[in-house]
Design a protein around this ligand. Structure first.
Ligand code: OXD
Length: 309
């Protein structure tokens, strides 16, 4: 069995060790030194160059190194007959929930203001809000949105989620479909975006959506930069309608030095680190799928090309 790997070099040795740990007789070839491409069985990739995947005639599966597969689906030459497997991993899911919980608690407990007060040597107490009355809204109720939502609800937050199709998750009020977006937004004080990036969700966080949130709402985007219309978000922050934004993902990464998000007093920029893959853990899901395919069975969590995620 031969794997080809296309991703950052920093984690490559960890991925090599993890994959070969599962399949000691396999070969692990690192792009661009992949040898004869017709020998490659599995491509393990994160945002491969356009046209690359179609040049492997015998691929059994494309195994994504991320939960989001927009960086694979954007390839106009993507082979449509090879299954694409989205990464679902305990560490990836837990890491994302930690990020969401951290920032939700940050604003709920007013740490943004306490940090400012601390810098000014200002000793004082702000009113503490009732957690059960704090309304958090998650855009997207997939693997990541579901886990974050359940954990927020377990702490006591009043959690709702909006998704394309109706979904039922214990403790989360579900809104679905275009007509439900306005009522979902109207009750959301802290908005968390965990949607897949598709033609339908691109630019969803625009002036209209932001205006639908109550005054003083907070926006946390840990999905894709393409979900946000940057100028609309900046305008909503500058007008005071939106209290603050935490952004982990951007249209172009790394975020350009001169982008207005950097240094904006109401924006926290994190460098696409909301949840990073841990090869020892993520390789278990990849190995499970490879074993299924080798046994002639269907892999788990394959991407529906028509739906776009
Ligand atoms: C992912 C990501 O898709 O890290 O997993 O953005």
């Amino acid at each position: 069995m031969i794997f080809m790997y296309y991703s950052g070099v920093d984690k490559m040795p960890l991925w090599r060790a993890a994959v070969l740990g599962h399949f000691p007789d396999a070969e692990f070839r690192v792009w661009p030194d992949v040898g004869d491409k017709s020998e490659i069985d599995y491509a393990i990739v994160w945002r491969p160059p356009e046209g690359e995947l179609k040049s492997y005639p015998n691929l059994k599966a494309i195994l994504s190194l991320g939960a989001g597969i927009d960086g694979i689906l954007c390839d106009p030459d993507l082979p449509r007959d090879v299954p694409i497997v989205r990464l679902v991993d305990r560490c990836l899911t837990e890491g994302m929930s930690e990020y969401v919980l951290y920032w939700t608690l940050h604003f709920h407990r007013k740490f943004d203001r306490y940090l400012e007060m601390s810098a000014e040597r200002n000793w004082g107490n702000l009113l503490q809000d009732d957690t059960h009355e704090k309304r958090v809204g998650i855009l997207g109720l997939g693997e990541l949105g579901g886990d974050a939502g359940r954990k927020l609800a377990a702490i006591g937050f009043d959690v709702a989620a909006w998704s394309r199709t109706p979904k039922s998750v214990d403790g989360i009020t579900s809104f679905s479909g275009a007509d439900a977006l306005a009522p979902f937004l109207a009750r959301t004080e802290i908005l968390v975006c965990l949607l897949p990036l598709t033609a339908e969700t691109e630019g969803i966080i625009d002036a209209g959506l932001l205006a639908g949130l109550p005054e003083g709402a907070v926006v946390i985007n840990c999905a894709r930069g393409g979900h946000v219309v940057d100028d609309d978000l900046l305008a909503a922050l500058d007008s005071g309608h939106i209290h603050a934004a935490v952004l982990d993902v951007f249209h172009k990464e790394p975020l350009a030095d001169d982008h207005a998000f950097w240094g904006h007093p109401k924006v926290t920029v994190t460098p696409h680190m909301a949840s990073l893959t841990v090869p020892s853990s993520a390789s278990e899901f990849i190995a499970e799928n490879v074993r299924l395919i080798e046994q002639g069975k269907a892999p788990l969590n394959t991407v529906d090309l028509d739906r776009g995620y």
